[in-house]
Ligand binder design. Structure first.
Ligand code: ADP
Length: 376
């Protein structure tokens, strides 16, 4: 039996578990702490930054994959040198761990991005701001998520704290043109080690305070040209960076029509949660198949539209189950997923998906169900 080892015990590992079990594969999780979201799989607790811990875990499985991109590269490189299968491999994951490395590599591949620069001092940052209309987006290359590590700057002084602590961020910061975008898009795909590739429909993602709140599949009113461009970008990134498993490419649709790559994730991604109900093969099943080098499943949609709404915690007392009698009765088409996390304001605690041939119905139902659940 194939045994898949997932490093990280978050909701992504949790949602990989049912499809792995359905396929009759074993799934084991190396979690950060007791009581993780993924503790319905065979879970052990350990520090993923320690080679000895990860090596011992790797010995119990056939392939290692990830719930997050934070495992230090030297740990993965050491395991690969010892013959452990790691998917995505360290050489690909390097680009998802470090936004500056990602920009350099995508630039070498000739892919479309916002104007950007590597910043090591205040003068360079000020020069970039001045040549980009007096404003820039500044990012810490490593360790950011959900908008943490992203800042709008109008002068170098706005970043004096980051500039004073450069070693903490890998020695440099990443400055980018502030894109005037009409919307954010995401192209999800999967690639096997042997090269087989499949993509899902292009989706639109809507963020609130830097956190994804709603995903619309397919992206409304995307032109043929946009679909062609985004599909070609996903293929070029997957092949060019030798990604294995699921790849999410987040993009901006700029007001001037440009499609620009924002960032990459090499694992199942929030923009693909809709696929559990909305696609013949979900991103979680596809990731398990791809990292095990099994043939990929169809990514055909099951209905014309799917809408996913994140359940972002309102306060410390949220209890969705308390709201189930009302929410499930009022919204029978809503599929509720919870992540087994303690409640906290702003935390991704679950999501709701509605699939339908009617886009307006799917959006209203998903939002309606989420609103009731968040009152619980
Ligand atoms: P994270 O890794 O924390 O998700 P992102 O790089 O995706 O950070 O940025 C978070 C959000 O900030 C994006 O979803 C987008 O709304 C905004 N953003 C990021 N980069 C730019 C940019 N170059 N121009 C305009 N907005 C941006």
């Amino acid at each position: 039996m194939v045994s898949v080892g997932v490093i990280g015990g978050g909701q992504l590992a949790r949602m990989m578990t049912p499809p792995a079990l359905n396929l009759g594969l074993e799934i084991k999780v190396l979690a950060e702490a007791e009581g993780s979201s993924a503790n319905l799989a065979t879970t052990q607790v350990g520090d993923y930054t320690h080679l000895d811990v990860v090596r011992a875990f790797a010995k119990t499985v056939d392939v290692i994959t990830f719930d997050h991109e934070h495992v230090p590269l030297p740990v993965l490189e050491a395991l690969e040198a010892e013959g452990v299968k790691v998917n995505p491999p360290s050489k690909a994951l390097a680009f998802a761990q470090n936004k500056l490395k990602m920009r350099k590599r995508l630039g070498a591949l000739g892919l479309p991005m916002p104007a950007w620069a590597e910043i090591q001092d205040a003068a360079a940052l000020q020069a970039f701001i001045d040549s980009n209309g007096g404003v820039a987006i500044l990012k810490t290359p490593i360790g950011g998520y959900d908008g943490k590590g992203v800042r709008v700057v109008r002068s170098a002084a706005d970043a004096s704290d980051w500039l004073a602590n450069l070693p903490q961020y890998g020695g440099s910061l990443l400055a980018e043109e502030k894109v005037d975008f009409v919307r954010e898009l995401a192209q999800l795909s999967a690639r096997r080690p042997s090269g087989e590739f499949r993509a899902w429909p292009l989706v639109q993602t809507i963020q609130e305070d830097g956190v994804c709140s709603v995903v619309l599949s397919p992206a409304p009113k995307a032109t043929k040209e946009t679909l062609k461009t985004t599909a070609a970008i996903a293929r070029a990134v997957a092949d060019g960076l030798e990604v294995t498993g699921v790849l999410a490419v987040e993009m901006f649709e700029a007001r001037d029509g440009r499609i620009l790559i924002n960032e990459l994730a090499m694992r199942p991604h929030n923009s693909g949660h809709f696929s559990i109900e909305g696609s013949v093969t979900s991103q979680f099943e596809q990731h398990i198949r791809a990292v095990s080098d099994l043939p990929l499943g169809s990514t055909e949609p099951t209905t014309k539209h799917a809408v996913m709404v994140n359940l972002l915690g309102v306060d410390d007392s949220n209890d969705f189950v308390r709201a189930y009698p009302e929410a499930l009765a009022a919204h029978p088409s809503a599929k509720v997923h919870t992540y087994g996390k303690g409640p906290r304001a702003g935390r991704k605690m679950g999501h709701v998906t509605v699939v339908s041939d009617d886009a307006a119905f799917a959006l209203a139902e998903a939002k309606g169900a989420a609103a009731v659940l968040l009152r619980g």
